[in-house]
Design a protein. Structure first.
Length: 319
């Protein structure tokens, strides 16, 4: 898992927390959820619009100041897409402790910033094509991450984890043994298609050309977008089954912040034999009273904390 633990631990307080929270950032806003153990729905919800690309420190400060509960909370944070890259890279033949640094230099040609301005981490690929030895490499903006850590550690009880969009969606399906394909989109960002099985990402793709999918009108969906998305889904399914030799996915989840989302889902569903469902249905019990889809990965990001808490309580109960 991508956690930047080596950096976060330098600032860690290691105090027990009463609440568990997640901070999700997109290219346009930040979203905060705070949960109390034992309660399915959040006890606090907040949204803060990003005034400009340079206004992240102010935006983060404002949203973390929206509730005093955050001072008693462990926090997981999801980086905005503009502050990281994720791609598949060859795995160097070095010791595990040296791997993150070695991958960075091996993949230097694919990294958009100077190497001294980024922080890298990686997570494994569960199944690979024959003869390959690759990992998923995350490259994050170093200054942004350090600003984030400094801000959060002063506001919350414990900064637990820094993660990315793809892994936050993965965490929504932690307990699913069968494969699911997700089609998700945030305004002004590339479309994400990924397949999750047994709580792991088996496949992901960022697809250009759909940055404004949230604004598509009914005619655009009926006469182009739905078929185009179906083609991208079919390509992903073909790769998963033929190249990775996996059993077919059991369901397809869609999350698109568009008033015609239900029609889009129905149109895509006509092209596949498996159920095509709104991702919101999967999360109904844990969501705040909001139609904003950016809260979906925020729910995923906090699942790890709630899961750890429930396991701790269960162990204490049997001790």
């Amino acid at each position: 898992m991508f956690s930047l633990k080596s950096i976060i631990q330098k600032f860690s307080k290691n105090n027990s927390s009463r609440y568990y929270a997640s901070l999700m950032m997109t290219s346009t806003a930040a979203y905060l959820l705070v949960y109390e153990p034992g309660q399915k729905t959040p006890v606090h919800t907040a949204e803060q619009i990003l005034a400009s690309a340079d206004d992240w420190p102010n935006c983060i400060n404002q949203i973390l100041d929206s509730s005093p509960l955050i001072k008693q909370a462990s926090l997981n944070v999801v980086l905005p897409g503009s502050q990281y890259q994720l791609f598949v890279a060859d795995k160097p033949d070095v010791a595990e402790s040296e791997l993150a640094a070695a991958i960075k230099y091996a993949a230097a040609d694919y990294i958009n910033s100077p190497l001294d301005e980024v922080i890298t981490d990686y997570f494994d690929i569960p199944v690979q094509q024959h003869g390959q030895n690759k990992v998923n490499l995350v490259v994050a903006n170093k200054n942004f991450v350090l600003m984030l850590i400094k801000t959060c550690r002063h506001k919350c009880n414990q900064l637990q984890r820094i993660t990315i969009d793809e892994l936050a969606y993965e965490d929504l399906l932690l307990n699913d043994n069968e494969a699911s394909l997700l089609v998700v989109h945030h305004p002004n960002e590339q479309l994400l298609v990924q397949i999750v099985k047994e709580g792991k990402i088996y496949f992901f793709r960022r697809i250009r050309g759909y940055d404004k999918l949230d604004t598509f009108a009914e005619l655009e969906i009926k006469h182009g977008a739905a078929d185009g998305l179906s083609l991208e889904v079919q390509r992903s399914l073909d790769y998963f089954e033929s190249q990775l030799r996996q059993a077919p996915v059991k369901r397809i989840y869609v999350s698109v912040q568009n008033k015609h989302e239900s029609m889009l889902i129905d149109q895509i569903g006509e092209n596949f034999d498996v159920p095509v469902l709104p991702l919101k249905n999967r999360l109904a019990d844990e969501l705040p009273d909001s139609d904003n889809h950016a809260y979906f990965p925020a729910v995923g990001a906090v699942q790890e904390l709630l899961y750890q808490h429930s396991n701790k309580v269960a162990k204490e109960g049997t001790a």
